[in-house]
Ligand binder design. Structure first.
Ligand SMILES: NC(=O)c1ccc[n+]([C@@H]2O[C@H](COP(=O)([O-])OP(=O)(O)OC[C@H]3O[C@@H](n4cnc5c(N)ncnc54)[C@H](OP(=O)(O)O)[C@@H]3O)[C@@H](O)[C@H]2O)c1
Length: 329
């Protein structure tokens, strides 16, 4: 329950975003489609995916006959969840489940090392795992849990896998990084003076900050990859307002049936994410933020090169990264 004026303001903004998101999902429901096609030579890495939107993303990627590496906290459970919806003995896709806690830098490094050892090329990286409105908690690395899980862990993972992504991309067939962000990035603010929000913690403020960080990261990484001439493009996606366990700490759970009636299903929520990962129409169009498979309104900071660069450099400093994408740092 909000206590201060600024918490009420954040609450109001997030509800307004949710309402606008639901309206957008309804109006654009016919556009929200992805055409699946066979891509047996491709490797996709996804964080999370044992449930929610991620599980449906994995189902679609296996239908495309890809090799799918899931980075999950409980690999056995995740494999069991996938096997409930995909016949793993029959699919031409291949599933590998590896341990990953994306909120732990040590775990991200271990996971990346294991993926690097198995694959010299990675075609698609989906930064999907996330938490929302969680109570204040610092990770083992000393960062607020939304910032660490939703953003910093994925920033580090992308850095560690960038050489493999670059190796897979080629002219006319870029490899792709997809950051699963949210419409609430629109009301986010990066609080450089107190990045953990420890002076005045409010869960929605922390979530919004982490989701804005993902879009700023998307824009800047895409800019530098384009400047380098690398065959890798980066997208950010709002999957829609989707009925998943993400809302466990949200007041929407108090109204029975609300999510089931008005929200997208996880299958619908997976469409735009997979679209960003594979749609031929998006070839060479990195840097875009998509919702319902069309470009959507972004936070003004994300169109400002210097503001994107500021967060990028700040994140490199926090993670002690000297040169983004260089192995071993
Ligand atoms: N649902 C929506 O309306 C909505 C709207 C906008 C954006 N999104 C974004 O969509 C993404 C997926 O959300 P969802 O709705 O599918 O939520 P969900 O059903 O709660 O699933 C969250 C996923 O993230 C994983 N995860 C959480 N913390 C992790 C960690 N530390 N390490 C590894 N995996 C972790 C979970 O794995 P475990 O099973 O191990 O917990 C699970 O697979 C999130 O980034 C979310 O912010 C969702």
């Amino acid at each position: 329950m909000p206590k201060t004026w600024s918490e009420w303001q954040t609450e109001f903004q997030i509800q307004a975003c949710g309402a606008f998101g639901l309206y957008h999902d309804f109006v654009l429901r016919k556009k929200d489609r992805v055409e699946l096609y066979k891509q047996p030579d491709r490797v996709a890495v996804i964080t999370g995916g044992g449930r929610g939107i991620g599980l449906k993303i994995v189902e679609k990627l296996l239908e495309c006959e890809m090799t799918v590496v899931m980075g999950v906290r409980n690999p056995k459970k995740a494999e069991a969840s996938v096997s409930e919806i995909v016949d793993l003995s029959k699919t031409k896709g291949r599933l590998i489940c590896e341990k990953l806690d994306v909120g732990s830098f040590a775990s991200v490094r271990e996971f990346a090392k294991s993926v690097q050892a198995k694959f010299s090329k990675i075609d698609i990286l989906l930064n999907n795992a996330g938490i929302m409105f969680a109570p204040y908690e610092l990770t083992e690395d000393g960062y607020e849990s939304h910032f660490a899980t939703n953003y910093l862990g994925h920033f580090l993972l992308t850095h560690l896998l960038l050489n493999q992504l670059k190796a897979a991309g080629k002219e006319g067939r870029n490899s792709r990084i997809v950051n699963v962000s949210s419409i609430v990035h629109l009301v986010g603010r990066i609080n450089y003076n107190d990045i953990n929000g420890s002076n005045n913690y409010y869960p929605a403020t922390a979530y919004n900050q982490s989701k804005l960080a993902q879009v700023l990261f998307t824009k800047h990484l895409n800019n530098i990859l384009r400047e380098e001439g690398a065959h890798v493009q980066v997208h950010a996606v709002h999957p829609g307002v989707v009925d998943t366990d993400l809302f466990v700490h949200s007041s929407t759970t108090a109204v029975p049936g609300l999510k089931r009636i008005f929200f997208k299903t996880p299958e619908q929520g997976s469409r735009c994410v997979v679209y960003a990962a594979i749609a031929p129409k998006l070839e060479g169009k990195g840097g875009s933020y998509l919702s319902n498979c069309v470009r959507a309104k972004v936070h003004p900071a994300t169109t400002d090169y210097q503001r994107c660069e500021r967060l990028f450099k700040f994140s490199c400093d926090l993670l002690n990264i000297e040169k983004f994408g260089s192995v071993g740092k």
